[in-house]
Design a protein around this ligand. Structure first.
Ligand code: VAH
Length: 319
């Protein structure tokens, strides 16, 4: 049975649903703090605080868990506001899962890293898999440390833990969790409901982005290949698209001509300025045949068509 910890989050909801379609609803246990949420009612749910080691051990035994996806974390913007809490959740959560995997012989573990592992000294465009890891954010520091822990548990205890450096993720089925790229989700809701959006990043801030279906497929594909295929035990760079708020607004205006964008940069601009603009994912392509499917036009069309039930759009341009 599979355990998805942090199943209520932006990735967790869609990952849980995809895993349930693939392996059967009763074989995927969703876990998070508090009661189950609407998107997760299709299968078993358990309240779980990943910081409580005994609780985690009991859930693994009770459900006979053989694979764990750990998605619980504090994202970049929240982490800058609450550094010690973010470090605690992001690191002790991971260590509890790695220790449980070692003690109980869990078959495979997935843990999300981020392009946030790269800092201001990394090459902005086509940043290599082995680019310099000098993060300038609490979140990035926790992701670099997490990648090192994953490598350590693989080399020392043969815990088969695998990781992906996700770009900013765009999705419509769940709310983003306090990241710096959340504008790329909020903008769609605002475009459809108020036809205007005040963006907290400057118009020319280019960041790496990915549509959630691509991110979910990457996760499932990475977890499916034999361990011998993998040459990376930190996080794999994966790439899909890179764009600025201005470029995204222009594509949205093809469907919502009256959409107006304004800009009021806040503390998240500093976070974004320290990140790369495009990762090079040739190692993921070589090791497990990664390639993206959704570019910016397809992503915008898909997002607006799913979110626009009952809302007027430019005629004939979307359905
Ligand atoms: C964040 N959405 O902004 C996450 C992600 C690359 C961005 O790590 O923190």
């Amino acid at each position: 049975t599979i355990l998805v910890i942090g199943a209520k989050g932006q990735i967790g909801v869609e990952l849980t649903q995809s895993l349930r379609k693939l392996y059967g609803h009763s074989h995927v246990v969703a876990a998070d703090l508090g009661p189950v949420s609407p998107g997760l009612e299709g299968g078993p749910y358990v309240e779980l605080d990943v910081l409580e080691r005994e609780e985690l051990g009991r859930a693994i035994t009770r459900y006979d868990i053989s694979r764990i996806y750990l998605l619980a974390a504090k994202l970049s913007a929240v982490a800058e506001r609450l550094p010690l809490e973010a470090w605690n959740v992001n690191m002790l959560g991971l260590l509890n899962v790695l220790e449980a995997a070692r003690e109980k012989g869990i078959g495979r573990v997935f843990w999300p890293s981020s392009i946030a592992v790269f800092g201001p000294d990394a090459p902005k465009w086509n940043c290599p898999q082995n680019g310099p890891l000098n993060p300038a954010t609490v979140y990035g520091i926790s992701k670099v440390a997490g990648e090192s822990w994953c490598r350590y548990y693989w080399e020392k205890y043969a815990v088969d833990v695998r990781s992906i450096r996700y770009p900013g993720l765009i999705s419509y089925q769940s709310k983003p969790g306090g990241g710096t790229t959340d504008y790329a989700v909020e903008i769609f809701h605002e475009a459809l409901h108020t036809a205007s959006y005040s963006c907290y990043l400057r118009e020319n801030t280019i960041l790496p982005m990915m549509y959630m279906p691509d991110a979910i497929r990457a996760t499932i594909e990475l977890m499916a290949v034999p361990a011998t295929a993998l040459t990376v035990r930190g996080g794999y760079n994966i790439n899909a698209m890179s764009f600025s708020p201005r470029e995204l607004a222009l594509v949205i205006q093809r469907y919502v001509p009256e959409f107006k964008m304004s800009y009021r940069p806040d503390f998240r601009q500093t976070i974004a300025d320290g990140w790369i603009q495009k990762p090079d994912d040739s190692v993921a392509a070589a090791d497990w045949k990664w390639e993206y499917a959704y570019g910016i036009s397809e992503t915008v069309r898909h997002m607006l068509s799913h979110l626009s039930a009952g809302v007027k759009l430019a005629p004939g341009r979307i359905r």
